[in-house]
Design a protein around this ligand. Structure first.
Ligand SMILES: Cc1cc2nc3c(=O)[nH]c(=O)nc-3n(C[C@H](O)[C@H](O)[C@H](O)COP(=O)(O)OP(=O)(O)OC[C@H]3O[C@@H](n4cnc5c(N)ncnc54)[C@H](O)[C@@H]3O)c2cc1C
Length: 501
């Protein structure tokens, strides 16, 4: 029996595979698409996940060639501009990177770490018992070599079985794993349809320069029937968005066609736009949902399978952080090194993080949705409020994901992501976390592990200016488990050592 089967080779499944592999577990990733996806979904990453990529030594790869990587200059919060001018210490960083490239980099890294990715391998059924989980795969796809249909997915009936001690559903918003595990997905669906398209159009301006085309304003152009956006993040590639309300706006079944897209533009703008040759077209109905549970027995959910947010920019931050949170806990459990209840902390920590993200993204969606004069007045007034330092800082923390704290230890650092201190030995804290192992960072406190086995932890003794505590116990996912107060043995028992039988 295998240890872990991950369903879905999107960014979250691949991130989880990397984390498990670093921790000495070799998961198998089952992906129904025969080839890596080229769908240009996310255009970037923002939030705490960027610090975690830095911990793993991946930030350079992700930032290479990016049109922007660094401290966020601002953010369109529900189409109200939020600026961080003069706030050099806000935590929110952004890396603009297209999702297919992100997935390529994560898949490369997973393979480097020894992960097996079986593409063309569709999960159709799931059964679990006390010892493990059995997945039924589409006929002939168990080894990931079945022929794909034209859309890249295999075609068949469940025949081949694979079995593992744990299964993680990273299979996206329509998650079959979630459904088969009997986990509800309550929430709401917006009453508008968003169509997006990328078009080849010679002469499209430089990324980030306002795009003056066809008499439209930069940003969303609102009309009584919806709104239209033209923008670009690449030379000669136009990105167009059309958002319209009502059932008449619902696309036909099947892929979006150019004619469908043009008709939506005409309904909203009352005229055609020079769009160019379509590279990719999509339609989305925006949803706001969080799974009732993140665990059902030996089955876990992460990423879009566990949450969908109604405003952009947060989904990957939350989803990939889920993966980092679950990875080390699953690995510790499989290595027999986990205290009782460790796996339960995954849901206890990550579900509230999704709930909190739902609050800020629902607020953004509400602000954005109000098309009338009242809405314009609300956005104008909030724009004035956001120009003050404290509201800007608060929103930056929410967007970053660091307003959520794990637990309620009296030390203010515990339960937060570790600060990236510059250490006297010339390293940064991030550089201690490359291998995804727990770290005991002794900054002069004489922390002692007694005669404990140290094979599972890195003990680093050095100094740091402005050290926030004498000693920090850092979890593999970068969160501080304990900070210099009495109780190191208890903290180690709570997070890292098996409970006595
Ligand atoms: C247009 C658009 C723009 C976006 N922009 C942003 C952005 O700027 N920032 C941001 O953070 N997020 C953005 N998002 C959201 C982001 O793309 C998703 O949050 C992200 O893809 C979720 O990753 P995931 O790995 O959880 O799921 P997915 O990326 O959906 O991956 C799931 C994988 O599971 C596979 N799968 C599904 N079912 C099965 C099965 N039964 N058997 C085997 N394999 C299966 C699928 O083929 C897929 O490869 C955007 C989304 C869209 C659509």
């Amino acid at each position: 029996m295998d240890d872990v089967l991950i369903v879905g080779a999107g960014p979250v499944g691949l991130m989880l595979a990397c984390e498990l592999s670093l921790a000495g577990i070799r998961p198998i990733v089952l992906e129904k698409r025969a080839e890596p996806s080229e769908l240009p979904k996310a255009n970037g990453l923002g939030g705490q996940i960027i610090e975690l990529l830095d911990h793993r030594g991946l930030l350079e790869r992700f930032s290479e060639g990016s049109p922007f990587a660094g401290r966020a200059p601002g953010f369109p919060f529900g189409s109200v501009p939020l600026r961080f001018d003069g706030l050099d210490d806000i935590p929110l960083r952004l890396v603009l990177i297209q999702q297919p490239r992100m997935e390529r980099l994560l898949a490369e890294r997973a393979v480097e770490l020894g992960v097996e990715i079986r593409r063309g391998c569709e999960v159709l059924s799931l059964d679990q018992d006390a010892d493990g989980v059995t997945l039924g795969l589409a006929n002939g796809t168990a080894d990931g070599t079945a022929d794909g249909t034209p859309d890249g997915t295999p075609d068949g009936t469940a025949e081949d079985n694979v079995r593992a001690r744990y299964v993680v559903g990273c299979d996206g918003g329509h998650s079959l794993v979630r459904e088969l595990a009997g986990i509800g997905f309550p929430g709401t669906t917006a009453d508008y349809v968003l169509r997006l398209g990328h078009f080849k159009l010679d002469g499209v301006a430089d990324p980030f320069k306002p795009l003056e085309l066809a008499g439209l304003e930069p940003g969303w152009n609102r009309t009584p029937h919806g709104r239209v956006l033209l923008t670009s993040l690449q030379h000669d590639v136009l990105i167009a968005g059309v958002r319209e309300k009502g059932d008449g706006a619902r696309p036909q079944e099947g892929p979006v066609t150019l004619e469908d897209f043009r008709a939506a533009v005409r309904r909203v703008l009352g005229r055609d736009l020079p769009l160019g040759e379509p590279i990719w077209l999509s339609s989305t109905v925006v949803q706001a949902r969080v799974a009732e549970r993140y665990q059902a027995g030996r089955v876990f959910l992460a990423g879009d399978a566990a949450h969908l947010f109604p405003a952009g920019g947060s989904a990957l931050n939350v989803g990939m952080t889920d993966a980092a949170n679950l990875g080390w806990k699953l690995a510790a459990t499989l290595h027999g090194r986990a205290p009782a209840g460790l796996l339960g902390t995954y849901e206890a920590e990550r579900r509230p993080a999704a709930e909190r993200t739902l609050v800020q993204t629902r607020a953004q969606a509400a602000l954005d949705r109000l098309d009338d004069e009242d809405g314009a007045a609300l956005r104008e007034l909030l724009g004035e409020v956001f120009a003050y330092e404290q509201p800007a800082r608060h929103l930056a923390t929410l967007l970053h994901g660091s307003d959520v704290r794990y637990g309620s230890d009296p030390h203010p650092l515990v339960g937060h992501f570790v600060p990236d201190l510059a250490l006297a030995d010339g390293r940064r804290v991030a550089e201690l976390m490359r291998q995804g192992r727990p770290v005991l960072l002794d900054l002069g406190g004489g922390a002692d592990l007694d005669d404990r086995d140290r094979s599972w932890i890195d003990v680093i003794r050095t100094r740091a200016d402005d050290a926030p505590a004498d000693t920090l116990l850092i979890r593999p996912d970068g969160y501080v488990a304990w900070a210099g107060t009495p109780g190191l043995p208890e903290a180690i028992s709570a997070w890292f050592t098996p409970s006595p039988a």
